[in-house]
Design a protein around this ligand. Structure first.
Ligand SMILES: Cc1cc2nc3c(=O)[nH]c(=O)nc-3n(C[C@H](O)[C@H](O)[C@H](O)COP(=O)(O)OP(=O)(O)OC[C@H]3O[C@@H](n4cnc5c(N)ncnc54)[C@H](O)[C@@H]3O)c2cc1C
Ligand code: FES
Length: 264
């Protein structure tokens, strides 16, 4: 019988620095995945952490990792030619078919953009899955905290993308300033048929949901993705459990209507 905890060894093909604490790693790994899924990433002797897949093709995956603690700090030190150990992909991913033919509004805060990048690329690169337009509001702490500049600019060719920063610090920032929630009212295509995805810090998700509901977006058309502490990633240990939900199995993507008591 296969050992469900067994990881695959994956060579690091490339490393890209976004900010002083955030890096993307491309890894040689043949896998099939759905946008929104995550993998368990480990370094022997250090530990294992859940990380969203921020990009993929048939032979490789990309992970975007923020150095916050014991494991992520060590992972962020690796170089091309080194290896990481990967289990998964796990989790449900986004309901891609549900968004076809609809207006999709994506609201993300900080490094959460990594989790929606494969979803945007899915619609960008597959003309058979047409949306009725997409708006993206991406918020970052400051201009130097912006991730995926090139991708955001590329997405602007097909979709409406607003990048906003909480504060412009000392930079000559010519773009929007303020929280993502402040810009929801500027989305012209918003309607009660809009599908919305919100990912970011808990307060940002709560405020954004409230504002969306005020604009007529339905609870059942609003999706959130949760980050919780995990151990097994496969529904065995209970670490990620919130009431009757296992984030690793039932999520990480949830319909707001199913989890509203968890963020309100
Ligand atoms: C489904 C899922 C997808 C994720 N995707 C990504 C991703 O794409 N990129 C990324 O950088 N991180 C992602 N995370 C968060 C990542 O798993 C944690 O940052 C990581 O587990 C921290 O481990 P550590 O040993 O480095 O830090 P620790 O030493 O364990 O902790 C350092 C600090 O980070 C906090 N922390 C630990 N785990 C989490 C968590 N899950 N959420 C918020 N704070 C946490 C701790 O409370 C502590 O304050 C994801 C988490 C989940 C559940
Ligand atoms: S992480 Fe073990 S049950 Fe979800």
């Amino acid at each position: 019988m296969d050992n469900i905890y067994l990881s695959k060894k994956a060579e690091v093909l490339g490393v890209r620095k976004h900010t002083p604490t955030e890096w993307s790693f491309s890894l040689r790994l043949e896998t099939e995945t759905i946008p929104g899924q995550f993998v368990m990433v480990s370094l022997p002797g250090v530990g294992e952490v859940p990380i969203s897949i921020s990009g993929y093709n048939p032979n490789s995956i990309e992970l975007t990792i923020r150095d916050v603690g014991k494991v992520t700090r060590e992972v962020c030190k690796i170089s091309p030619g080194d290896h990481l150990y990967i289990r998964g992909p796990y989790g449900n991913g986004f309901p891609l078919q549900e968004f076809v033919g609809r207006h999709l509004l994506i609201i993300v805060g900080g490094s959460a953009i990594a989790a929606v990048k494969p979803l945007v690329e899915h619609y960008m690169n597959n003309s058979q899955f047409q949306l009725d337009g997409m708006d993206i509001i991406a918020g970052f702490k400051s201009p130097r905290h912006i991730l995926f500049h090139d991708e955001l600019n590329h997405w602007k060719k097909k979709y409406k993308v607003r990048i906003t920063v909480d504060s412009d610090e000392d930079y000559a920032w010519m773009g929007s300033i303020g929280f993502v929630v402040d810009y929801i009212k500027e989305v012209k295509s918003i309607s009660e048929d809009t599908r919305a995805i919100i990912i970011g810090p808990p307060l940002m998700m709560t405020n954004s949901v409230r504002e969306l509901l005020r604009h007529g977006v339905k609870k059942e058309n609003t999706y959130l993705s949760f980050e919780r502490h995990m151990k097994c990633g496969i529904g065995k240990c209970g670490h990620c459990r919130i009431r009757d939900k296992y984030v690793c199995l039932d999520g990480p993507v949830f319909n707001y209507d199913d989890v509203k008591e968890l963020i309100d």
